[in-house]
Write a protein that binds this ligand. Structure first.
Ligand code: NAD
Length: 293
């Protein structure tokens, strides 16, 4: 069993660290927010008073932080406090450029590094069923895999530094675009007098099928577990979808990729958030289309 330093114990990091404890690892945790650190302590994480204390003598360090700037700040601290050869894993969803910079910082400190953002939300974090998309060397991936398996059920090595972040934002750009498309189709069906169930029965088994309709249907009824049946409580908050769509557009701009539907989806989610819906599930955007028609 390993000694693990865990930095960022919020909605995702808290349950992920708890699963590492359950798997028998020794986890030293740090978070800037005292109540968050206290909650982690209750699940068996040993609280540290500073990031450097959490990572000292750790064999592996994991960060789960909001944005690239937080990761770079935390990694600057961490890399000053750890031994050469140690592995640092960033599980946050951040921009590809910051991720690659973090890898370079680790390399300069003679440490192994992996970007390993996740899919599966807070439910997957609690249940230990996350999907990890990893970027980094074979050596770093091989060392990280048994640790990630305590928190997830699918661990995919996507390529070199930054490849995990690239996979994450490409996947979530598809998700944002497909959810908008599915919502538009249900609003059109309503105008045409077609029932939700009839559209679902056809589209979920025809060429329109996708995760946004089959698993996460944005209207109540056809898929009883979707947030539409629970007043659009997240689930996956619209603010997080907007964050990921913005990351995809930054990456598209930097790389010269043409993503017109990704750009449109980002604008629609920006408007949806501006209207006060950032904390609601991202499938609630269907209401905005109803209001517009
Ligand atoms: P969160 O805001 O709940 O947690 C982040 C934590 O980081 C906070 O508790 C904050 O106090 C702490 N923090 C910030 N800077 C710090 C620092 N320098 N040192 C120590 N602690 C610091 O966010 P979350 O929902 O846990 O998301 C974390 C990451 O996971 C984000 O990048 C997010 O996009 C990604 N993600 C979230 C979900 C989800 O459903 N919530 C799903 C997939 C991916």
């Amino acid at each position: 069993m390993a000694r693990i330093g865990f930095i960022g114990l919020g909605n995702m990091g808290g349950p992920m660290a708890a699963n590492l404890v359950k798997a028998g690892h020794e986890v030293l945790g740090f978070d800037l927010a005292a109540p968050v650190l206290k909650a982690a302590e209750e699940s068996g994480v040993k609280p540290a008073s500073h990031a450097s204390q959490a990572v000292k003598e750790a064999e592996i360090v994991i960060t789960m932080l909001p944005q690239g700037k937080h990761v770079l700040t935390a990694w600057t601290d961490i890399l000053q406090s750890v031994a050469q050869g140690m592995l640092v894993i960033d599980c946050s969803t951040i921009d590809v450029e910051s991720s690659r910079r973090a890898h370079e910082m680790a390399k300069a400190a003679s440490c192994l590094s992996l970007d390993a953002p996740v899919s599966g939300g807070t439910g997957g974090a609690s249940a230990g069923t996350l999907t990890f998309m990893a970027g980094g060397s074979e050596e770093a991936f091989a060392k990280a895999k048994p640790i990630l398996e305590a928190m997830g059920k699918k661990i995919v090595h996507c390529g070199e530094a930054g490849a995990g972040q690239a996979a994450k934002i490409c996947n979530n750009m598809i998700l944002g675009i497909s959810m908008v498309g599915v919502c538009e189709a249900f609003v059109l069906a309503e105008k045409l007098g077609l029932s939700h169930q009839a559209l679902f029965d056809v589209a979920s088994t025809s060429s329109g099928q996708c995760w946004s309709i089959n698993t996460y249907c944005p209207v109540p009824g056809p898929v009883p577990t979707s947030p539409a049946n629970n007043d659009y409580k997240p689930g996956f908050a619209a603010a997080l979808m907007l964050k990921d769509l913005r990351l995809s557009q930054e990456a598209a701009l930097a790389s010269g990729a043409s993503t017109p539907l990704g750009a449109e989806a980002a604008q629609l989610y920006a408007l949806f958030e501006k209207l006060g819906n950032g904390g609601r599930d991202f499938s609630a955007i269907i209401e905005m289309f109803r209001e517009k028609t």
